[in-house]
Write a protein that binds this ligand. Structure first.
Ligand code: SF4
Ligand code: SF4
Length: 148
């Protein structure tokens, strides 16, 4: 299933898909409306609504700035190549990619991506391993779920 869904390199699929950091597959599921700024929360809410309306929308899974970061006040810090936060966040993406057995730029349907991450992380990881010391842990439904 994963191999079939990995259509990285297809220009037509890439042009229609949303670029999403791998660890944001978790954050999206935990979002309760909190965020770094009103603009950030509004953007994330719109992205989630879009994905819910079109669960077969393709996502390109990456370890760099994505459509969620685009409205984040920390974007500059997170994109600075050598900053501590940039490396920490990228490591979260790389951890998730490793667990999902996917590579940078893998494209798959949103519903398949969420199924895959919930299955793989349920069996292989505790939320701390993905989220580290994220400041939203006590507000995040994905982090707080007991039975994953
Ligand atoms: S705790 Fe933070 S990093 Fe973890 S899923 Fe929630 S928002 Fe994302
Ligand atoms: S904190 Fe960094 S990784 Fe998270 S949404 Fe903001 S810019 Fe993106």
């Amino acid at each position: 299933m994963l191999k079939k869904s990995n259509i990285a390199g297809s220009d037509s699929a890439r042009s229609k898909c949303l670029k999403i950091r791998a660890h944001h597959l978790c954050c999206i599921q935990g979002f309760q409306g909190y965020g770094y700024s009103p603009a950030f929360a509004a953007n994330l809410r719109a992205i989630i609504s879009d994905i819910k309306a079109f669960p077969s929308r393709h996502l390109e899974l990456v370890s760099k700035c994505d459509v969620i970061c685009a409205s984040c006040p920390s974007k500059k810090e997170c994109t600075a190549q050598e900053s501590v936060i940039s490396r920490r966040i990228r490591n979260m993406d790389l951890f998730v990619m490793e667990k999902l057995k996917i590579k940078e730029g893998t494209i798959m349907k949103a519903d398949e991506a969420f199924r895959l991450i919930n299955y793989q992380l349920t069996n292989a990881s505790r939320p701390e391993e993905v989220c580290g010391t994220c400041k939203w842990r006590q507000k995040c439904l994905w982090y707080m779920q007991d039975e994953r």
